[in-house]
Design a binder for this molecule. Structure first.
Ligand code: CMP
Length: 138
């Protein structure tokens, strides 16, 4: 069945000029864009979005990274969207990511890993609603 996932092209992707190349791969993989914008997360936004990681040793670095510049936030739709998007982006650590995946091509490290992809349908809905109102979804 057709469903949705949520992604962010993280600050490193924007800084390096990789927005176009990453969107091209998303398009070529058959995802329809439901919502999309250039935006910047505040410290509070990032702390809320990543609350599940707040006890992790990398939490402060993660918040600093995700707030240091603009991101491209988007909701994407496709059959099997969550799983297929995670396949397209590759493993969290680019050193472990498969050839041709977005992280293999564009991520520098496990911390600065170029893109986000929701890990479940439930989180896709929560994360999408965090960034977009209903009027911004098409
Ligand atoms: P993501 O899986 O999209 O969401 C959690 C983020 O935390 C992850 O991407 C990385 O950016 C970051 N992260 C996860 N594990 C580590 C780690 N071991 N060291 C540093 N950052 C990490």
């Amino acid at each position: 069945t057709t469903n949705r996932t949520f992604t962010m092209l993280k600050p490193d992707s924007v800084e390096k000029g990789h927005i176009g190349a990453i969107l091209e791969k998303i398009n070529a993989a058959g995802f329809r864009i439901v919502a999309m914008k250039l935006t910047q997360m505040s410290t509070r936004d990032a702390e809320t979005f990543y609350a599940i990681h707040k006890e992790r040793p990398f939490f402060n670095d993660l918040v600093t990274y995700m707030t240091r510049g603009p991101i491209v936030a988007a909701i994407l739709e496709k059959e099997n969207a969550v799983e297929d998007f995670r396949t397209l982006i590759g493993a969290t650590n680019p050193a472990d990511a498969a050839e041709g995946t977005i992280r293999k091509l564009y991520a520098a490290s496990i911390g600065e890993n170029a893109v986000h992809g929701s890990d479940s349908d439930e989180n896709a809905a929560i994360e999408g609603a965090f960034h977009f109102s209903g009027r911004e979804m098409f």
